[in-house]
Design a protein around this ligand. Sequence first.
Ligand SMILES: Cc1cn([C@H]2C[C@H](O)[C@@H](COP(=O)(O)OP(=O)(O)OP(=O)(O)O)O2)c(=O)[nH]c1=O
Length: 196
Amino acid sequence: MATLYLASGSPRRRELLAQIGVPHITLIASIDESALPGETANAYVERLAREKALAGLATLAEAGDACVLGADTAVVLDGRILGKPTDRDDALAMLAALSGREHEVLTAVALAAGGRCETRVVASWVRFREIARSELDAYWASGEPADKAGSYAIQGLGAVFVSRVEGSYSAVVGLPLLETAEMLAGFGIPCWQHLG
Ligand SMILES: Cc1cn([C@H]2C[C@H](O)[C@@H](COP(=O)(O)OP(=O)(O)OP(=O)(O)O)O2)c(=O)[nH]c1=O
């Protein structure tokens, strides 16, 4: 069986892969996350996931039978990509824009091995209730928004803002587990390995 590497610094992605019983080794592969001029959100997350997987593969001295997984998540509102906030003002502006509205969450997964690289993009929709100004300040002070796309975490304190989710909950957190399991199977890597 191929050895799976996860090209990600995200603790959420490590936990999600572990949740479905897929052993892996974490790699750190840094890439430039800026969007290209005119690039759609869909094309953006797919490109970043692919670049993370390929950059991860390139760090391995001996690629052998290695398979590298890269992923990227973006929140999309009115066609605008909301990535991780640069600072407090940026986070509060994002959360105020998301307040009382529905937005799309796009997560792309890429698997690279040998000369092969496959990608999938999963779309989900999340609706927020109205958020009060005082809640925005308190939420920022919790530290949770700082490293999350769209400045919130559905799996954390941010859950109190979420009135509705349609699509893949695990994709919103950072890795669509159904689609990831299907893709891994195509590379000969099964899930539930902890069951023997
Ligand atoms: C919307 C949302 C995002 N997120 C997180 C998932 C990702 O870690 C992050 C989006 O940023 P990404 O750039 O996709 O990922 P990352 O920089 O954290 O990790 P890496 O590129 O090394 O894989 O936001 C949540 O944890 N919960 C949520 O509800």
